[in-house]
Ligand binder design. Structure first.
Ligand code: AR6
Length: 231
C-alpha cells in the first residue's frame, strides 16, 4: 500500500494544482482555465450495499468508454480513506486495462474539501443521493448538502424534485455557495444508484442483473452530465 499509485497520483496532481492555483486569480478559479475535472464517489457501494467487485468493473468500464469523449477533462474516483477497498480495486483494474492515469485516477480525500485540503481542484463533483434529493441520510449526500449550505437545496429544486435509480441531474451552484467560492465547485451532479439495502427504498433484493444495469445507467448519466458541463 505504501507504494500505491494513488500516492503517486496524489503527489503529481497536488503539485500541478498548486501551480495552477498560484497562476490563476481567485476570481478565475472554476472557470475554463482549470483542467475540467469530475470528482465522484463510488455510487451505491456504502449505504446501498452494492457489491464492490461488480461496482469496480462497472466504474472502470464506464470511465474507459467516456475518456475518449472528454478531451482534456479528467475523471477522479474519490473515497475517504487510504484503505478504501473500492479505490484499490478500481486502481488495479484501470492499470490492467492501461487506462491513462493522468485522465482517470483515484484520490483519497473528503469530496467537499478537495481543493482546500487535497490541493486537487475539481470543478464538478458528483453526489450519491437519495430519490428525494434531500439533505442528510449520512454518507456523501449528507456531507455535500452540509458543505454547500441551503443554496444547493434551492438550486436542486429548480432542476428536479425526485430522481429514479440510474439517473443523474446536473445542478449549477451560485457563486454565493460555500462549495463554489471556497472549493471552486461550479456544479454538483446528483446521481441515484441501485439499492441493495433492505432498509432503504427500491431495494433490489440482490438482483444483480437489474442492479448492474442500473449502475451502468447511473455512470452513463453522470458522465454525460459532466460532458454537458465541459462542452
Ligand atoms: N468524501 C468522499 N467520499 C465519501 C464521503 C466524503 N465526504 N462520504 C462518503 N464517501 P454512500 P450510497 C464514500 O453511502 O451507497 C445516503 O444516505 C463512501 O465511502 O454515501 O450510494 C443517501 O441519502 C462510499 O465509497 O452512498 C442515500 O440514501 C461512497 O462515498 C444513500 O446514502 C458512497 O457511499 C446512498 O448510498
Amino acid at each position: 500500500p505504501g507504494s500505491s499509485s494513488n500516492e503517486a497520483a496524489n503527489t503529481t496532481h497536488n503539485s500541478n494544482e498548486k501551480t495552477e492555483n498560484f497562476r490563476i486569480s481567485p476570481a478565475k478559479l472554476g472557470s475554463a482555465d482549470v483542467v475540467p475535472t469530475l470528482a465522484f464517489p463510488s455510487i451505491s457501494t456504502a449505504d446501498f450495499q452494492f457489491d464492490l467487485e461488480k461496482a469496480s468493473d462497472i466504474i472502470v468500464e464506464k470511465a474507459e468508454e467516456f475518456l475518449p469523449k472528454l478531451g482534456t477533462a479528467r475523471l477522479v474516483l474519490v473515497d475517504l480513506s487510504q484503505g478504501s477497498k473500492i479505490l484499490s480495486l478500481v486502481k488495479a483494474k484501470a492499470a490492467q486495462k492501461n487506462i491513462d492515469s493522468a485522465k482517470f485516477f483515484t484520490f483519497v480525500g473528503d469530496i467537499t474539501k478537495l481543493r482546500s485540503e487535497g490541493g486537487l481542484h475539481c470543478n464538478v463533483i458528483a453526489n450519491a443521493t437519495n430519490w428525494r434529493l434531500k439533505p442528510g441520510g449520512g454518507g456523501v449526500n449528507a456531507a455535500i448538502f452540509k458543505a454547500a449550505g441551503p443554496d444547493l437545496e434551492t438550486a436542486t429544486r429548480v432542476r428536479a424534485n425526485t430522481l429514479v435509480p440510474g439517473k443523474a441531474v446536473v445542478v449549477p451552484l451560485p457563486s454565493t455557495c460555500p462549495l463554489h467560492n471556497a472549493e471552486g465547485v461550479t456544479h454538483v451532479i446528483h446521481v441515484l444508484g441501485p439499492n441493495m439495502n433492505p432498509n432503504r427504498p427500491d431495494n433490489l433484493n440482490n438482483d444483480y442483473t437489474k442492479g448492474c444495469k442500473t449502475l451502468r445507467e447511473a455512470y452513463t448519466s453522470l458522465f454525460e452530465g459532466f460532458l454537458s458541463v465541459v462542452q
